[in-house]
Ligand binder design. Structure first.
Ligand SMILES: C[S@@+](CC[C@H](N)C(=O)[O-])C[C@H]1O[C@@H](n2cnc3c(N)ncnc32)[C@H](O)[C@@H]1O
Length: 230
């Protein structure tokens, strides 16, 4: 995405949420050069076998949006609507861009989103962004480490977006796995760029003996889409 235009968000049919998304994506675009310079030395890995998250400096991301792109948000919104997902879980809120798409689906489906973010300032700003979008009533933000905040969930999950740090995707998935309904869909962002850190997850969900069907789809950069079938 090189430019933010209103048509990117019109699928939501919600002027308030669309205006907040436009504002947030514009702010994210301003971080574009910092992201380019960060990834330039690793471009071969990023486009080849992928980057091992262990080699990343997490501090660099403290103020970064690193959002899903609008095409992915549109895809997630439509997928959650198609499933009539009432209970949606997200790992990795950041400033709330993806959460807005999920929250609008939850609102339209008569459900709610649980999302978790361990950086206090991001969780707090995400809360304000959701409020401005008119969607805070459909979201519970759990501030803290997902490995703690998602323990003992007392809900059954229809739809999940795993978009926290790549090396935690599999541990967080295993934590929430007992709560997945049959037919639940799990989307994981960036499975190609950070493949070495998500290979454990990919091996698990692509092994039919574990009860899933799974493949990488590309509403933009590679996103793994998994359905619990058993
Ligand atoms: C790629 S960003 C999420 C982007 C967001 N989904 C969006 O599209 O706008 C990943 C986020 O996960 C958060 N995160 C990383 N590890 C976490 C953990 N253990 N528990 C909770 N949040 C975590 C990071 O602070 C970061 O904000």
């Amino acid at each position: 995405m090189s430019k933010v235009t209103p048509d990117l968000f019109e699928v939501l049919n919600d002027p308030k949420a669309e205006a907040v998304l436009a504002k947030l994506y514009k702010a994210a675009l301003k971080q574009g050069w910092a992201m380019v310079f960060h990834f330039l030395p690793k471009a071969f890995k990023l486009l080849g076998k992928g980057i091992d998250w262990k080699t990343e400096n997490e501090k660099f991301y403290d103020d970064k949006y690193i959002p899903i792109v609008p095409a992915q948000g549109t895809f997630l919104y439509i997928q959650a609507r198609a499933l009539n997902a009432k209970c949606i879980l997200e790992f990795g809120t950041s400033y709330g861009i993806s959460t807005i798409y999920l929250a609008k689906a939850a609102k339209d489906n008569g459900g709610k989103v649980i999302t978790t973010e361990y950086l206090t300032h991001k969780a707090s700003i995400a809360g304000k962004n959701l409020e401005e979008a008119g969607l805070s009533g459909y979201v519970e933000i759990r501030e803290g480490d997902a490995r703690e905040t998602l323990k003992n969930l007392d809900v059954e999950l229809d739809f999940v977006l795993l978009d926290g740090w790549p090396d935690l995707v599999f541990p967080v998935f295993k934590l929430i796995e007992p709560k997945l309904k049959k037919g639940a869909v799990i989307a994981v962002d960036d499975v190609e760029g950070f493949k070495p850190s998500m290979q454990d997850y990919l091996n698990y969900v692509r092994n039919p003996e574990n009860g899933y069907i799974s493949t990488t789809i590309k509403p933009h950069k590679g996103m793994e889409l998994t359905v619990k079938v058993k």
